[in-house]
Design a protein around this ligand. Structure first.
Ligand code: ADP
Ligand code: MG
Length: 232
């Protein structure tokens, strides 16, 4: 299985934290839509890849030692042309070189700007007693401050997925408010079920964090993904 290759090669290299590029690659194989990210090893490659995928582009640091990219100046959004990409690359490497000099850098991930949507968070963590547990919530303040999240033990049934989405207090937001269109709740349920199968088949995944996922009136897309592997 191609997905297991990505996992085993990271683990053979002693890396527990997969990069966003690797994590999104695995999600694509699981059938979950993402803003696919390409790895650029240097500035020229970053410029070339961004003009290939089209502007506005996004650059993010790709490092197996950086878990939170924006905390270290490792996310540059809405880059309008090749010059801006080149400049963003230099700035990012400067800041990170100064602030996190020991970070092992694989390069930068290059991706398209996702169109704005309602922010969701989907995750998996392992409970000592119940094993893999999926988490669902609305992004940003609602998850971080209000802890408005739902949990279900893997494997999820379609009924579990339907209940999870509906039991958060923020569900009203998904149904549409102040003239906003309702989001595609069926697409969220489907992604939860795919995610459940994905982690069930890959016990070497210790932790998974899709934050944010943008939900639309038609489908959704994973904007950031982080996968952590079990100790070798
Ligand atoms: P991290 O969580 O590691 O700091 P993210 O990849 O989540 O980095 O990026 C930080 C924020 O930037 C996201 O929460 C999102 O709002 C925005 N963002 C990141 N990637 C994209 C993208 N491809 N399109 C649009 N917005 C993005
Ligand atoms: Mg994130």
């Amino acid at each position: 299985m191609a997905g297991n290759d990505t996992l085993s090669s990271a683990r053979d290299a002693g890396r527990q934290l997969l990069t966003e590029v690797e994590s999104k690659q695995l999600l694509v194989e699981a059938g979950i839509p993402t803003t696919s990210a390409l790895l650029a090893a240097n500035k020229d490659e970053a410029v070339r890849l961004s003009s290939e995928i089209g502007f506005p582009a996004v650059l993010k640091i790709a490092s197996s030692s950086i878990a939170h990219k924006s905390d270290v100046g490792g996310v540059k959004l809405g880059l309008a042309n090749e010059d801006e990409v080149g400049q963003a690359f230099d700035e990012m490497m400067d800041t990170i070189g100064n602030d996190v000099p020991d970070a092992e850098i694989q390069g930068v991930s290059v991706q398209s700007m996702a169109r704005p949507g309602i922010e969701l968070v989907l995750g998996m963590s392992k409970d000592p007693q119940f094993g893999p547990v999926l988490m669902f919530g609305l992004g940003g303040v609602l998850v971080e401050v209000l802890k408005d999240v739902a949990f279900r033990i893997v494997p999820l049934t379609p009924r579990d997925a339907a209940q999870m989405v509906r039991e958060i207090k923020g569900f009203a937001v998904l149904e549409g408010y102040r003239g906003q269109e309702p989001v595609d709740v069926a697409a969220i349920e489907e992604s939860l079920l795919k995610l459940s199968r994905f982690v069930e088949e890959r016990p070497m995944i210790k932790e998974l964090d899709l934050n944010p996922v943008f939900a639309y009136s038609d489908g959704l897309t994973v904007v950031d993904a982080r996968i952590v592997l079990e100790d070798a």
